[in-house]
Every structure is written in structure tokens, then in C-alpha cells.
Design a protein around this ligand. Structure first.
Ligand code: SF4
Length: 121
């Protein structure tokens, strides 16, 4: 089973106990999204025979992405890679970030049969 993982390395503040890779420079998120799209482009041919069954956005705090940033990244992945019809989509969220609008890029994923599982931390 192939899973597609995107690490979103940003957090609002640094938790003193945390060993994950992250930055609190939120002004860099647009640059990171552009770099991740380039990385998807550069690796897409390696995965031309792969059908991903899961997408997992972890962090960091993926729910810090703006709605447009999240949609841009997800749509780009859908354009360049192949995903299963019963795709499982996981987005790690801060509870304070969860709104219907923020989750709309996930809920509005172009694959109607997509199953969603939202992890909250
Ligand atoms: S990844 Fe989680 S635990 Fe680590 S700094 Fe960010 S919010 Fe805190």
C-alpha cells in the first residue's frame, strides 16, 4: 500500500518538549508550498506506476495553511499523481483552526468517493 505524506513544518509557537522539525516563521509558508509543488513535479515520474491510497498532512501544524494554500497543494498533488478512489485523507489540525471553511479544500476534493479522517492534536 502506498501512502503520500506531506510534512508541513510550521507552528504558531515552539513547544519546549517537541523534537519535530518546524519553524514559527509563518511568512515562509507560501515559499514552502511552492517548493513542495516543485518537489511533486520532480518526483511524479518516479511514481507514475503508483496509486496512492492515503494522503497524510502532518507537521508541524498543517492546519496553519490558509485555505488557498491548502487547496493549491492538494489540487497540485491530484493533478500530478494517481490516488485510489477510496482514498483516506488525514489532516492534522489544531482544534482552534477547525472550521468548515478551512476543511473545504479537503471536503471538496475532486474525488467524490474520498473517505476523510481528520486527526486532531
Ligand atoms: S509540532 Fe506540535 S508539539 Fe511540536 S512545536 Fe508544533 S504544535 Fe508544538
Amino acid at each position: 500500500m502506498a501512502g503520500f505524506y506531506l510534512h508541513i513544518p510550521f507552528c504558531r509557537k515552539a513547544c519546549h518538549y517537541c523534537d519535530f522539525h518546524f519553524s514559527t516563521q509563518l511568512s515562509k509558508i507560501d515559499e514552502m508550498v511552492a517548493a513542495m509543488k516543485q518537489e511533486i513535479d520532480s518526483r511524479a515520474s518516479d511514481w507514475s506506476d503508483t496509486v496512492f491510497e492515503t494522503i497524510y498532512l502532518g507537521g508541524g501544524t498543517p492546519s496553519l495553511l490558509g485555505i488557498d494554500q491548502l487547496k493549491d497543494l492538494i489540487d497540485h498533488a491530484y493533478d500530478k499523481l494517481a490516488f485510489s478512489a477510496d482514498l483516506e485523507f488525514t489532516l492534522e489540525c489544531n482544534p482552534e483552526d477547525i472550521t468548515a471553511e478551512r476543511l473545504s479544500p479537503v471536503e471538496g476534493a475532486r474525488r467524490e468517493q474520498t473517505q476523510h479522517r481528520h486527526s486532531v492534536f
